[in-house]
Design a protein around this ligand. Structure first.
Ligand code: PLP
Length: 396
């Protein structure tokens, strides 16, 4: 017998993957230029040259046995020191290496924290819609329930009063993601403070901590001076799940960390439980070579010039055509209301024109579409007539 639940996870492709595969088939049939693929969130900016140089240097200078060996489960001291120093320099914090668990990307970081906090099937994780669809997988695989707070258009800022209404004594964690995938919204400090106030009040009422799981793979991808507040400074029980996938353009290398500051409740138990959960998930340690790379490159920032250029073109052109778009302050996603109201129908019809847009139904936000603009600028230019035609057809 095979687990039906796992079979389902393995056999059902996400809508994003479906679109991507459709695009590949269409490209083979009709040529590369006939497809305008805005489906995937794969960075289009190359990794900083220092990342590649570090890899070469490490391979050239270190004994192979050190490069490729297991590291301790929590990660290399040098990698954890580097991320601690980088955050301390930016946010005035005093983290030490002990607060960090190096992980196989943000996905493992989040799954491990969810597992560490799951007490039984009654445990709940909450998030604000729209949200990264994998959160439901991460929490249900941990054995908990996943609940989303309805979206708050047109700003898509977190609504603290809606959070207050959704929390229950079984809520162990609230997952928050800013800059947001899929909306591109950066949550304001004011709204985050309101969220923190509600959580503090509910912790008091329920008599147990409620952890804020801050999923931050896009933390460095912000435009026009938008600021991403450092959440542990606003709310004590914050655990950060970070990934270098997007900011250093290395998603296939699978490297990130969990930050569990000294101040969180049950800190020692949480650190052991996260390590225990990662162990149970079969993660012996994060990739060794990549930890060594991060030890040398944690301070680097992405070159945002091409994302900024793409963002200006797409947002400007679509808004002019009449699309209702959320102004994206961060990440590399443009979120727009589906003309006609049915995002799935719009996406299906757009496919016929080679235009691949993700309906946000799986992100908990029906009626909206996501376009990833981590793509080639010229492809955006070529795609504009297809957007125009779609608007004519669906807004009639
Ligand atoms: N969280 C969000 C919001 C994401 O968009 C992604 C990847 O796209 C992840 C987590 C997973 O990141 P990683 O590649 O580090 O596992």
């Amino acid at each position: 017998m095979i687990s039906k639940q796992m079979e389902k996870y393995g056999s059902t492709r996400s809508c994003i993957r479906e679109l991507f595969e459709f695009g590949r088939r269409m490209k083979a049939e009709k040529g590369e230029d006939a497809v305008f693929d805005f489906s995937l969130g794969n960075p289009s900016v190359p990794a900083p040259k220092e990342v590649n140089e570090a890899i070469v240097e490490i391979l050239r200078t270190k004994p192979s046995i050190q490069v490729h060996g297991y590291t301790s489960a929590v990660g290399l001291d040098a990698a954890r020191d580097a991320v601690a120093q980088d955050l301390n320099a930016r946010f005035g914090t005093h983290y030490t290496r002990d607060a960090f668990y190096m992980s196989v990307g943000a996905a493992l970081a989040l799954t491990s924290v969810c597992k560490a906090l799951t007490l039984g099937p009654e445990t709940e994780f909450l998030t604000f819609a729209p949200y990264f669809a994998e959160y439901s997988v991460f929490s249900t695989v941990a054995g908990a329930r996943f609940k989303a707070i309805p979206p708050n258009p047109p700003t898509f800022q977190p609504d603290a009063e809606a959070l207050r209404a959704a929390l229950t004594p079984n809520t162990q964690g609230v997952i928050i993601n800013s800059p947001n995938n899929p909306s591109g919204v950066v949550f304001t400090e004011e709204n985050l403070r309101a969220v923190a106030e509600v959580l503090v009040a509910k912790e008091e009422e329920y008599g147990h901590p409620i952890y804020l799981l801050s999923d931050e793979p896009y933390r460095e991808l912000v435009y026009d001076g938008a600021v991403v507040p450092h959440l542990p400074l606003l709310y004590k029980n914050t655990v950060i799940c970070y990934s270098f996938s997007k900011c250093l353009s290395m998603p296939g290398e699978r490297i990130g960390y969990v930050l569990m500051p000294d101040e969180i409740d049950d800190c020692e138990a949480m650190r052991y439980a996260v390590a225990g959960a990662a162990r149970q998930l079969g993660s012996v340690c994060a990739p060794s070579l990549m930890q060594q790379v991060i030890a040398r490159t944690a301070h680097l920032r992405p070159d945002l010039a091409s994302y900024e250029k793409n963002r200006a073109l797409l947002y400007g052109a679509l808004t002019k055509m009449g699309y209702k778009c959320v102004r994206p302050d961060g990440a590399f996603y443009l979120f727009m209301e589906a003309p006609g109201g049915d995002a799935k129908a719009f996406s299906e019809a757009a496919k016929e024109k080679g235009l691949l847009l993700v309906p946000a139904d799986d992100f908990g936000c029906p009626g909206w579409l996501r376009a990833s603009y981590c793509v080639d600028y010229d492809m955006i230019v070529r795609s504009l007539p297809a957007f125009e035609k779609m608007m004519e057809e669906f807004n009639a």
